[in-house]
Design a protein around this ligand. Sequence first.
Ligand SMILES: [Zn+2]
Length: 121
Amino acid sequence: MAEGTFATVVNCMDGRTQLPVIEYLKKKYGVDYVDSITEPGPIKILAERTYLTIIDQIKKRVGISVEKHGSRHIAVVGHHDCAGNPVDKATQPAQMEKAKKLIEAHWKKQAAERKEPVRKT
Ligand SMILES: [Zn+2]
């Protein structure tokens, strides 16, 4: 296991979102590091489930963060003016909910396989 504490973020590749999200998650969860998995418009990818290969890669990377770095906090990010997800503000909450459910289900499955209690935060 790596030294230090980790959280995980499935973030947009947009450079504007990197540092603010990392700083926010470090403070919110009191962790030393944030593992970043980036795609253009990840909530669109996770919600629409069109690109299954990309979703598998996201799950694999989340799994590495959870298994190898002991991350117990996973965030999914959507943002204003996203080039990878150019939808109106009203569309994003539903995408976010679907994206969150997909990641949560995968995380709970991993925790069950480790026979670990799942904490909801
Ligand atoms: Zn974006």
